[in-house]
Design a protein around this ligand. Structure first.
Ligand code: C5P
Length: 243
């Protein structure tokens, strides 16, 4: 049925060869994983919601001049993207203590951080994506010092923009994870935003009730994940019915 060449299959997405050189098709699956895939489930409709939410966010970022890999959405589960050389780092930006920083530093979940904090994790499933410092990144050559500067500037700009966008929708952006890639032009490259931004990769809390509207509902066996993701889409003004 599907004769396209599969380039890469991850936990929640598949990348296929694109129609033009330099493009790929990013397909959102319904699979949900946590704790480095030790926990796994298939949640009907999650891929469709993440495709729409990530499209909305990447389009808004493109419009304000943040370079991203997103070209256009193709259908309910797929988008056309630019092919980039993925930098093997997960960049996490945190505004409020939750998840691993709360555990690691003994902070109460929900405590506002003194300022937004950027963390880097080395993308390596066998090692459970260990946290690394700028020293490790430059010593092992995962990104050049100039790329690291670009990554931090992009991460902060994205945080500022998304914090405002979600707040206008009554949602607190607690933290999020992004991935970046190099886009080559002859022998020059620049850093652009890749992967996805969705309730799978962000912590999103209702601004008033602090209800969780993100993947923690799956990680913590709270249920109601599709309802929460649908609520995020609805508040952002994304129409998901009747497709
Ligand atoms: O688990 P932790 O608190 O470090 O996660 C920080 C943020 O990064 C959360 O929003 C989480 O959803 C996201 N994250 C992710 N993929 C990972 C690790 C974390 O999307 N592999």
């Amino acid at each position: 049925m599907n004769r396209r060449r599969r380039i890469y299959e991850g936990k929640a997405k598949v990348l296929y060869e694109g129609p033009e050189p330099g493009t790929l098709i990013q397909h959102f699956k319904d699979d949900a994983t946590a704790f480095n895939a030790k926990k796994h489930a298939v949640i009907d409709g999650k891929g469709v919601l993440n495709n729409r939410i990530s499209e909305f966010i990447f389009q808004a970022l493109n419009e304000i001049g943040v370079p991203t890999h997103f070209i256009k959405r193709l259908n309910m589960r797929e988008q056309l993207i630019r092919s980039v050389e993925i930098i093997p780092l997960e960049v996490v930006v945190r505004n409020v203590a939750a998840g691993s920083i709360a555990t690691r530093l003994g902070l109460e979940e929900g405590t506002p951080l003194p300022r937004s904090i950027i963390e880097f994790y080395y993308k390596n499933d066998e090692l459970n994506d260990p946290m690394v410092s700028e020293e490790h990144i430059s010593a092992f050559g995962w990104a050049s010092p100039q790329e690291l500067d670009e990554m931090m500037m992009l991460a902060m700009r994205i945080n500022d923009f998304l914090t405002g966008m979600f707040l206008a929708a009554g949602i607190k952006l607690v933290d999020f994870k992004i991935e970046m890639g190099r886009l080559w032009d002859n022998d020059m490259s620049r850093v652009i935003l890749a992967d996805e931004i969705s309730p799978d990769s962000c912590r999103l809390w209702d601004a008033k009730s602090k209800d969780k509207l993100d993947k923690d509902r799956f990680r913590r066996d709270m249920g109601g994940l599709i309802e929460a993701y649908t609520e995020v889409a609805r508040r952002l003004g994304i129409v998901t019915e009747n497709e």
